[in-house]
Design a protein around this ligand. Structure first.
Ligand SMILES: C[S@@+](CC[C@H](N)C(=O)[O-])C[C@H]1O[C@@H](n2cnc3c(N)ncnc32)[C@H](O)[C@@H]1O
Length: 240
């Protein structure tokens, strides 16, 4: 690592920022949520989010998905996952480590795909860039790759992916498909966010499914060292 990084706590997750001091004497300062700038520096996301802030979302979601699939009679190797808001591939790497075969990714920014290709070449069968609603090719990709699971680690709420976009994507998945997602505990309750409302009505709604896991866990630490609690939710569509 040819830089040093200093963490600067903010009022909330969206305000937290980093100061990066490069070996050549230059300095960059930006918010952790300015992902295009974070991904541009190889290893920075892993150093800050995984090593210092102890992020667990990608691991928990992969573990819970693989466990639920196994209970339902599907081996990890037979899962084919769409990794929504995939970033530089940390979530995909956790899936692959548990034996998931095919993984297709998308992210809203091109810097995420460039970083995934730079840092984890070959991890993803395909990597789309754009807002999910603008990616008309997704239903065809789901059929082509036999995708049967949707994972979204740390990319719901907080100005990221909306519940409506998520549901439109979910409706393109086949009967018996799973999703495994995480979001802040305050956003996961009815009235807490669009996704909290979505989850509250999910089991009754046409095209919804059954919620199999709803588990609070420590997503990561704030830069001030306080735990941030997220909820992991795994659900499954009814079989045909
Ligand atoms: C906290 S990062 C998580 C990355 C990865 N899933 C992981 O576990 O490390 C959130 C990611 O969501 C992406 N994102 C935010 N809004 C999005 C949108 N509307 N469509 C697709 N990706 C989006 C961001 O660019 C960012 O890469």
């Amino acid at each position: 690592m040819d830089y040093e990084v200093e963490l600067q706590p903010g009022r909330d997750q969206t305000e937290e920022s980093l100061v990066v001091r490069h070996a050549d004497g230059t300095t960059d300062e930006f918010r952790l949520h300015e992902y295009e700038r974070v991904y541009a520096i190889a290893g920075l996301y892993e150093e800050v989010v995984q090593r210092r802030l102890l992020s667990a979302s990608a691991t928990i979601l992969a573990e819970r998905l693989v466990a639920c699939a196994a209970e339902g009679g599907t081996a990890a190797a037979d899962l084919a996952v769409f990794d929504l808001g995939a970033g530089n591939g940390v979530s995909g790497e956790e899936l692959r480590a548990r034996g998931v075969g095919t993984i297709v990714a998308s992210d809203g920014i091109p810097e995420a795909r460039a970083a995934a290709r730079r840092d984890r070449p070959g991890l993803y069968a395909e990597y789309l860039v754009g807002d999910t609603d603008d990616l008309a090719q997704v239903p065809e990709l789901i059929r082509e790759h036999g995708l049967n699971a949707l994972v979204c680690a740390g990319a719901l709420g907080l100005g990221h992916i909306s519940a409506d976009s998520f549901h439109r994507l979910w409706t393109a998945f086949p009967p018996g498909a799973w999703f495994s997602v995480s979001l802040h505990e305050d956003l996961a309750v009815p009235g807490g966010s669009d996704f909290g409302d979505y989850l509250a009505g999910f089991e009754e709604r046409a095209g919804g499914g059954e919620i199999l896991v709803r588990e609070p866990f420590r997503h990561r630490l704030t830069m001030a060292g306080e735990p941030i609690t997220y909820v992991a939710v795994v659900a499954r569509k009814p079989a045909a």
